[in-house]
Design a protein around this ligand. Structure first.
Ligand code: KIV
Ligand code: NA
Length: 266
């Protein structure tokens, strides 16, 4: 379902929202079939799929490419896509970037930081917005944010400002569980946590982390599979089969009809 209203409804009903990143058609197809509520085409595509050293290297063209791929794999699933680094420096630039991602198939966009003016510009242009505060990978320090009273109050104020500006959802990344719970109770928008405990309205994880094919594992993550090990083992078996003449067999290809073979060998 691609209706924006379903997230407010789920929050009101206390039904948890399960979202995850997907970066291509087969990933999106698998998640849609498994009943995911929303797919995030995150700029984590850069580090996890494209081999970049940082989120900052991700371009709008990268995001358009991967958003379109995810959309082809999951035509009926709600998709939100990240505005990458330096593509929302002004409200005008944010609107242009947001419309480009919408055209590629995104139902909404997400961007980092407390910029209510950019939320208003995008929503006025018909692009729904998901906020993202706490740890902000494009510019921030990778640590838990909001442990001190001052930081906690700042995050709370940022969440309120984004909420008042009209975001439909906010990602809280690496925020102490109790603070994420407090923020979730006092804003209208649905909160989606990552490393923020169970008191948020939903959760998001990074698919390659969940599948177990990223090098690092994180405290916030739960590995539900070991796809990295499976990929390596499958490759090793294939290499051994090719070198040993075990693959392919005649079952994997077509045989020449006896008559044609006879003519060829005359
Ligand atoms: O890009 C991403 O994967 C994200 C999530 C961690 C929220 O922004
Ligand atoms: Na991101």
């Amino acid at each position: 379902m691609r209706l924006l209203a379903k997230f407010a409804e789920m929050k009101a009903q206390g039904e948890k929202i399960a979202t995850m990143t997907a970066y291509d058609a087969p990933q999106a197809r698998a998640q849609a079939a498994a009943g995911i509520d929303a797919i995030l085409v995150g700029d984590s595509v850069g580090v996890n799929i494209l081999g970049y050293a940082s989120e900052r290297e991700v371009t709008l063209a990268d995001m358009i490419h991967h958003t379109a791929a995810a959309r082809r794999g999951a035509p009926d699933t709600f998709i939100y896509a990240d505005l990458p680094f330096a593509t929302y420096d002004t409200p005008e630039q944010a609107v242009a970037s947001g419309l480009a991602l919408q055209k590629a198939g995104a139902d909404a966009v997400k961007f980092e930081g407390a910029h209510p003016d950019i939320v208003r510009a995008l929503t006025s242009a018909g692009v729904p917005v998901c906020g993202h505060i706490g740890y902000e990978p494009q510019t921030g320090e990778r640590r838990v944010h909001g442990k001190t009273f001052e930081e906690a109050e700042r995050l709370r104020a940022e969440a309120r400002a984004l909420d008042e500006a009209g975001v439909f959802m906010i990602v809280l990344e690496l925020v102490p569980a109790e603070l994420a719970g407090i923020i979730s109770k006092e804003i209208k928008a649905a909160t989606i946590g990552i490393g923020a405990g169970s008191g948020t309205d939903g959760q998001v994880l990074v698919f390659p982390d969940v599948l177990g094919y990223t090098e690092k594992n994180f405290r916030h993550n739960k590995r539900y599979a070991e796809v990295g090990a499976t990929m390596e083992a499958a490759t090793a078996s294939y290499v051994a089969d090719v070198k040993g003449g075990v693959f392919p067999t005649m079952a994997n290809c077509a045989a020449l009809p006896a008559e044609t073979l006879e003519q060829l060998c005359k």
